[in-house]
Design a binder for this molecule. Sequence first.
Ligand SMILES: [Zn+2]
Length: 235
Amino acid sequence: MKIDQVSDSVYVAAGTNVNWALVTSDSGVTLIDAGYFGDTADVLKSVHEIGHSLDDVAAVLITHAHLDHIGAIPTLIEKVGMPVYTGEAEVPHARREYLEQITPKDMLRQLTTSAGRRWVAQTMVAVRGRMDIKIPSVISADGVDLPGGLTPIATPGHTTGHTAYFLADEGVLFSGDALVTGHPLSPCCGLQILPDVFNHDEARTRDSARLLENHAARTIVPGHGPSIQVNPESA
Ligand SMILES: [Zn+2]
C-alpha cells in the first residue's frame, strides 16, 4: 500500500489495483471507498498511518458497490460501526438487490493477454472467495450533511447509481470509476474511462466522464490510477 497526501485534508491510498481516499475534518476521518476484501488490513492501517485511530472513522462513502470498492466495509462496520453512504440510486446495488458487475465469462476472456492474466490472478487473490459482500445497512447520501464536507455527484453509467464526491473547500473531486487515470487492462495513462467490459452503460459512462472532466476541480482522485492536478489556473 502506498499513501499520498494530495491536499490539506486528503490522503489517497493505493491498494490492489484500486484506490481509496481518507478525508480528515473536525468529524474525524471519512473514507471514500474501501478496497478489495484482501485490502482490509491495509485499509485499517491507512487510518493509523495518517495519525488517526479506527474510532475516528466517521463514515464510509461508496462511489459504487463493486467488490474492489467495498471490501473492508464489513470489517469496519464490525469494528467501528460508522454509517455507510452512497448515492440514492446506488443503495439497492450496495444491498445487492441486483448486481451490475463484470461476469465470470468476461473475466475468462481477459486470459488471452498477459496483462489480463496478471489482473485476473491478482483479482482472484484480492476477493479471496468473498464475492458475496453486500452492505445491507447502507444509506442514501443525497440531501445529507455528509461528514468531511463532501457533496455527492450522480455519475451514472459505470453502475446505474455511481456517485462521485466533491470537496469544494480544497477543490478535490473523487471521481471513482466514472473517470480514471489508468487500469491494468488499459493501454495507457491520463484521464480516461475504464475498458467497456467494466461499464454497465457505455453511453452514460461517457456522459458522466465528460461532466466530471468539466467540473471545477483542482485535483481529481480516481478509483484507479494516480491522482492528477487539473485546472491549475483556478488554484
Ligand atoms: Zn473499480
